[in-house]
Design a binder for this molecule. Structure first.
Ligand code: F6R
Length: 256
């Protein structure tokens, strides 16, 4: 696992965008996208590079990690809408190339299976962008989560509902359930970049990078992945103990 420590969130956004840009240069890309605050500066950076003609999402297809259960696709906080607002509209990626589970499906179990199938039939995820919850979740795999779990319906942890209540009028409006790619599903991505910024993420980052591989910290599954990079700012790195992590840019070496 690589860890790249940037000085600040802007540096982390550039380092993460560099990894995505390299993947886009080499081939048509199935890009897995997280919603939430952490990747937004990287999405803005990527959209600006696309607008300047430095890269193209012309052949990219994006795949959501997760979706709230009960919100229709048009709801402002459905992840389908959030990713349009935060990324795809500015990057020039049409709605027809956004894939995601439907949180308003009548049969949620069938919908979870359908979404796993959609990912597989498109050839799998080439590059997955992740955030990390303050409780160590990735996507909505809350602790404890099976390390080989597939896309499924989950109950959101109270911590997650509190963390995400900033996007809703009231915490009671935050859905209780979500559809999420599983840890097994996410692990099949060919490459993974996790973005974390801010001191509030430092305990989760330390547990994921230096703690045991354990269901109590779902992000620790990335220790097992052959091609995963944590891109963090100095504040999110502040509880890491091991000395030898890459600093901004030096760590973002071209791995083809
Ligand atoms: C959202 C998702 C979540 C977030 C995580 C961090 O699609 O997968 O795991 O990445 O909750 O959220 P932020 O970045 O808002 O702190």
């Amino acid at each position: 696992m690589d860890v790249v420590i940037a000085a600040d969130p802007a540096g982390a956004a550039k380092a993460a965008a560099d990894i995505v840009a390299r993947a886009l240069r080499h081939r048509a890309v199935n890009l897995g996208v997280a919603t939430g605050s952490s990747p937004v500066p990287a999405y803005q950076e990527l959209a600006q590079r696309a607008q300047r003609g430095e890269l193209s999402f012309g052949h990219a297809r994006v795949f959501l990690l997760d979706e709230y259960v009960g919100l229709p696709r048009g709801h402002a906080e459905s992840y389908h809408q959030v990713i349009r607002r935060d990324f795809t509209e500015a990057a020039g990626i049409p709605d027809s190339r956004i894939e995601g589970p439907r949180g308003d499906a009548a049969d949620l179990i069938a919908e979870a299976d359908r979404y796993d199938h959609v990912i597989t039939t498109h050839g799998g995820i080439d590059l997955q962008i992740l955030g990390i919850g303050t409780n160590g979740h990735i996507a909505f795999n809350e602790p404890p989560s099976s390390l080989s779990s597939r896309t499924r319906v989950v109950a959101l942890a109270e911590q997650t509902r509190e963390d995400n209540s900033r996007f809703f009028h009231h915490i009671d409006d935050v859905p209780q359930l979500a559809l999420t790619q599983g840890l097994g599903t996410i692990s099949e991505a060919r490459e993974i970049v996790l973005i974390a910024t801010g001191a509030h993420k430092a305990p989760a980052v330390a547990a994921a990078v230096e703690g045991p591989l354990a269901a109590r910290c779902p992000a620790s599954i990335l220790q097992w992945h052959p091609r995963a990079t944590f891109v963090v700012d100095a504040a999110a790195a502040s509880q890491l103990e091991l000395p030898a992590y890459g600093r901004e840019r030096k760590g973002t070496r071209d791995r083809g």
